[in-house]
Design a protein around this ligand. Structure first.
Ligand SMILES: Nc1nc2c(c(=O)[nH]1)N[C@H]1C(S)=C(S)[C@@H](COP(=O)(O)OP(=O)(O)OC[C@H]3O[C@@H](n4cnc5c(=O)[nH]c(N)nc54)[C@H](O)[C@@H]3O)O[C@H]1N2
Ligand SMILES: Nc1nc2c(c(=O)[nH]1)N[C@H]1C(S)=C(S)[C@@H](COP(=O)(O)OP(=O)(O)OC[C@H]3O[C@@H](n4cnc5c(=O)[nH]c(N)nc54)[C@H](O)[C@@H]3O)O[C@H]1N2
Ligand code: SF4
Ligand SMILES: [Mo]
Length: 718
């Protein structure tokens, strides 16, 4: 919807921090994007990606303006009608020949409506197969939260906490809302405990910094519980009334005295005891991050911290971890995803790729009902357990962000049909048969629950779509009409004709009006702590399951515990050949994963991927600051090059790098001289080229190790 010139309260949803914004539009252009201090969720926090990169990306000369169709190794523009007809023909063909399950969708997840839209589009075709990137992101936290029955993700009440426990989280770069809250907490005199193998900016503001060996955090949480149970510093009343399996947990933590945890983690026993006491003196909030997620022990690690937060009674009280609640009558994307009215038959959902091996991740019982991605990649390449021949990718740049880039590229190339919706050309889109021009979040309307506020957030379409760009719902609806005409729709699960209709459906009977959202950019709703009697925990027993009945039923460990890190499992010979432990994905303020790499000012600020190396390690390897090195991992397929940055921020033997690197400037999509499909550097400077997606997996979520793997480095010449 076109907006006249003015300043509008909105919400930036360029990342899942979702900060309240004030967007000033002049002559149809965004001239200023500023923080909205009145927003109860972000309280004035904002970042340069929202303030500048998003609007410059929206106006960038490389924005895709029309659908593109592949011709050999380059693209030609086509009309929307031609693109959608071809897409419908090809998807219907694959569906007819191989069955509906051979069609898959790929998105980032259902936190934004486009995830739901693509999932429901797939279901309408009759396929339960949609890929999310959350196995690589917050999936282990979410599934631990789910099986423990807590529902506390996003509910960190830093502003009222006496102690803030920051584990594997770098809020300075990743989340300005948390960062500002952390600084306020510090000013107030609250204790901040940081658990991180890297010296992050938060460490400078911490009362206590524990620096564990990567991947060993579960032992710290287990030992903290050991101390608190032994010293009777846990919340007896909460444990008695609202937890299940305390005696089993107490028995389990007996194996983790601080001295044992010190041996496993490398953290001094007295620091573990001090952290436990500091945390128990709270109200304390647990602020967790990607550093303990997305790896082969992610769920067990989160289970340990979730149990710690629970036995200390820090659940759903001021200064603890709030439960996500919503205004009665409001629907989230997750509600719709799990609503029986929008589901495929059980026998079809049972065939979701990965549901047999990871039932709490993929398929009917899964957190988001999505697939297990490595299983999909293998199905494309081998036809087992059944073929996947066509894919619609929207809102995820899998050629950069999935591990094992050579295999991802091979899988994309092996498909009969690939279509990618994107705002700019990406290494994923470059391999597509069709590329559809997508609106940016300044051109789209979105309504979503923000548990942090808590409030309902509103993103306003402040600009007309540039060129012929369309939003995800418009694309899906136009496609479904065509698929239906070709007899390729089982049941239409997308009844909304416009994004506005979908947003009104989310608002449901909540009593929140769109006009109020348009005026303020958000709507608060009353929130009461506790309410455990009338809103019990979402677990089989209605209590916080320290002992998880769900995990037990599936033959998985029902109690939290330490899992040997992957780096320790290597043979003696491999430990010698790959002497270092690699961390990946360290966020940079300027970039959002693979996004904004086309922004000249950001590239000036951060021109190269870096590998941070301790001075002692650098000396042992003969590496100097600024030197180009190649990173090779024990199980990985290829190499990734980066510039050495020598710093005490990492411990000896640990090296850390970012993610998301590629070179948008490498080739124009219209370049007709090319004899191969361009890879934009994803096999050279992208860390996922050096990581495996098929190594050790978390037994619950199927998450692969994106950090804590063994590697070696070698000089790469100039
Ligand atoms: N600027 C910017 N902000 C972003 C993003 C972005 O790309 N750019 N991405 C967004 C997304 S989707 C996500 S998921 C978040 C991720 O943001 P965060 O959750 O902060 O995740 P990371 O930066 O991957 O890692 C956080 C910290 O974990 C530490 N770590 C690594 N291994 C371990 C370990 O074994 N134990 C412990 N305790 N710590 C460890 C790292 O040293 C790092 O300091 O950021 C979001 N915000
Ligand atoms: N090795 C390693 N790999 C990682 C990580 C790591 O730490 N280490 N981190 C993981 C994490 S936490 C995450 S979240 C993922 C991120 O993985 P991705 O989601 O692939 O990351 P982005 O670069 O943000 O890619 C989003 C793409 O979607 C497009 N896009 C953005 N908004 C929209 C939209 O509204 N509609 C459509 N159709 N397209 C849109 C953008 O143009 C961009 O190309 O990467 C994961 N991969
Ligand atoms: S952190 Fe930055 S990019 Fe993310 S929502 Fe806030 S302003 Fe937007
Ligand atoms: Mo993420």
């Amino acid at each position: 919807m076109m907006q006249s010139d003015d300043t509008f309260p909105s919400t930036c949803w360029e990342c899942n921090a979702t900060c309240g914004s004030l967007v000033t539009v002049d002559n149809g252009r965004p001239v200023a994007v500023k923080p909205n201090k009145a927003n109860p969720h972000s309280k004035g926090a904002f970042c340069m990606k929202g303030a500048r990169a998003l609007s410059e990306w929206t106006l960038h000369e490389d924005r895709l303006m029309q659908p593109l169709r592949r011709v050999g190794h380059h693209f030609q523009t086509v009309t929307w009608d031609a693109a959608l007809d071809e897409m419908a023909d090809r998807l219907a063909e694959v569906r007819e020949r191989y069955g509906p399950l051979a069609v898959a969708g790929a998105v980032s997840g259902a936190f934004f409506s486009r995830g739901l839209i693509v999932a429901l589009l797939m279901r309408s075709i009759g396929s339960p197969n949609w890929l999310i990137n959350q196995d690589l992101c917050g999936g282990c936290r979410a599934v631990s939260d789910m099986v423990t029955g807590l529902g506390i993700t996003g509910g960190e009440d830093i502003d009222n906490a006496e102690c803030v426990l920051v584990v594997g989280r770098n809020p300075y770069d990743a989340d300005p809302i948390q960062w500002m809250a952390l600084r306020r907490a510090e000013k107030r005199g609250a204790n901040v405990i940081v658990i991180d193998p890297r010296r992050t900016p938060a460490v400078e503001h911490a009362s206590l910094w524990l620096r564990p060996k990567p991947g060993t955090d579960a032992a710290l949480a287990m030992a903290m519980m050991h101390v608190l149970i032994e010293e009777e510093r846990y919340d007896h009343a909460f444990v008695e009334r609202w937890t299940h399996g305390f005696s089993e947990l107490a028995e389990r933590v007996k194996s983790y005295p601080p001295a044992e945890a010190a041996r496993l983690t490398g953290v001094r026993a007295e620091d573990i005891v001090a952290a436990a006491r500091m945390y128990a003196s709270g109200p304390a909030t647990f602020v967790s991050g990607h550093g303990i997620d997305a790896f082969s022990a992610g769920v067990q690690t989160f289970r340990a911290f979730h149990c710690l937060a629970s036995i200390t009674g820090n659940i759903d009280k001021s200064g603890g971890n709030r439960r996500a609640k919503r205004p009665p009558g409001f629907r989230t994307t997750f509600d719709v995803l799990h609503d029986p009215a929008f589901r495929l038959p059980a026998d079809v959902e049972a065939r979701t790729l990965g549901a047999d091996a990871f039932p709490l991740w993929a398929g009917a019982r899964g957190w988001q009902t999505a697939c297990h991605n490595p299983t999909v990649m293998n199905a494309i390449l081998t036809g087992e357990p059944y073929p996947v021949r066509a894919m619609y990718v929207s809102g995820v740049n899998i050629a950069v962000t999935y591990p094992d880039t050579p295999k991802t590229l091979a899988a994309l190339d092996a498909l009969d049909f690939l279509v990618v919706a994107s705002q700019t050309m990406t290494p994923t889109a470059a391999r597509a048969h069709l590329v559809l021009p997508k609106t940016t979040t300044l051109e789209e309307e979105e309504v979503a629950l923000q548990p942090g506020g808590p409030c309902v957030g509103y993103t306003r379409a402040v600009l007309e779509p540039r060129g012929e760009a369309r939003c995800d719902l418009d694309i899906a609806v136009a496609l479904l009409d065509r698929l239906a005409a070709r007899g390729a729709v089982s049941v239409n699960f997308l009844p909304w004709r416009t994004q506005r209709e979908l947003n009104l459906y989310f608002l449901g009977d909540s009593g929140i009006e769109l006009s109020q959202l348009e005026q303020d950019g958000f709507a608060e709703f009353p929130y009461t702590f506790g309410y455990f009697e009338s809103k019990p925990f979402k677990s089989p027993t209605g209590k916080v399951e320290l002992y998880s009945e769900t995990l037990a039923e599936l033959g998985l460990d029902p109690l939290p515990g330490f899992v040997q890190p992957t780096a320790d499992l290597a043979s003696a010979n491999d430990k010698t050949r790959f002497p270092l432990t690699l961390l990946t994905g360290i966020r940079e303020k300027a970039y959002h994963h693979s996004r904004f790499r086309e922004q000249a000012w950001l590239r000036k600020r951060s021109p190269h991927p870096k590998l941070t190396i301790n001075p002692a390690t650098a000396a042992a390897h003969g590496v100097t600051d600024g030197q180009r090195v190649r990173i090779i991992t024990l199980d990985g397929p290829g190499k990734c090059s980066a510039l050495a940055e020598i710093s005490e921020d990492v411990a000896p033997g640990v090296v850390s790098t970012g993610m998301g690197w590629w070179l948008p400037e490498a080739q124009s999509p219209e370049d007709t001289s090319s004899t191969v499909t361009p890879t934009y550097g994803v096999l050279e400077i992208n860390i996922n080229a050096a990581l495996s997606y098929d190594g050790r997996h978390d037994p619950v979520t199927g998450s692969a190790d994106t950090r804590g793997v063994r590697c070696r480095i070698e000089p790469a010449g100039a």
